[in-house]
Design a binder for this molecule. Structure first.
Ligand code: BG6
Ligand code: MG
Length: 211
């Protein structure tokens, strides 16, 4: 194995709670029921698909494309405001030191995220430099569970997908990693997903994958 590709939200940073707050505010303003349970289904999938899931509880006149775009922009505005408060301290010491040790051991590190805010987040937490490649919502057409984001990450790293581990907290992300031919490692929510090749309880357990 030659590389580790990481999902961002829920793996490197805990922005998943910000996604929840931003969607909750948007849904509340629209009078749409939304809770943590529904939020779980949004893990790993694109902004567009997230909105479609939220709108399953919307029973008035179907919204136009423009209205949907306005809701996504509104949510992203709330989300960016929350992201604006992030600092390097939002990445735990365990994550930072584990990434450093994986690099020292000679592995390439990349990001494979559905988010169009990936680079902004990595800048805020000062982690952009440790990753040799970033594949994110700005360079894909299909989001997880489609393998595109991880195939692109492997390509950007100049590695075969089969030589890359993918670390993911979303079931859709594990499915995407497997479809790409990568070796999947579930953490957080996906730490109990039987579909993952491996499951870990904490980030530093990645060091156990070193030869
Ligand atoms: C993923 C999140 O990382 O990014 C999803 O897990 C989110 O919940 C997706 O919908 C898209 O994010 P963004 O920042 O482009 O709206
Ligand atoms: Mg995630």
């Amino acid at each position: 194995m030659r590389a580790f590709i990481f999902d961002l939200d829920g793996v490197i940073v805990h922005t998943d709670r910000f996604h929840y707050r931003a969607w909750k505010q948007t849904a509340d303003e629209m009078g749409i029921y939304f809770d943590e349970q529904i939020n779980h289904r949004l893990r790993g999938i694109s902004r567009e698909q997230s909105l479609e899931i939220i709108l399953e509880k919307y029973d008035r006149e179907p919204l136009s494309r423009e209205q949907k775009q306005e809701l996504m922009d509104r949510k992203n505005g709330y989300y960016r405001k929350l992201l604006g408060e992030m600092t390097p301290d939002d990445v735990g010491a365990e994550v930072r030191s584990t990434l450093g040790k994986l690099r020292e051991a000679g592995y390439k590190l990349g990001i494979g995220s559905s988010s169009k805010n990936t680079k902004y987040i990595l800048e805020k937490v000062e982690l952009l430099k440790i990753f040799q490649a970033v594949s994110d919502g700005t360079n894909i057409r299909k989001s997880k569970p489609d393998p595109e984001v991880f195939l692109k990450a492997a390509e950007f790293l100049h590695e075969n997908p089969g030589d890359c581990y993918v670390v993911e907290d979303a079931y859709a992300g594990i499915d995407a990693a497997k479809a790409a031919g990568c070796i999947s490692i579930g953490i957080g929510e996906a730490g109990k997903y039987v579909g993952a090749d491996y499951r870990i309880g904490s980030f530093s357990e990645l060091l156990e994958f070193l030869p």
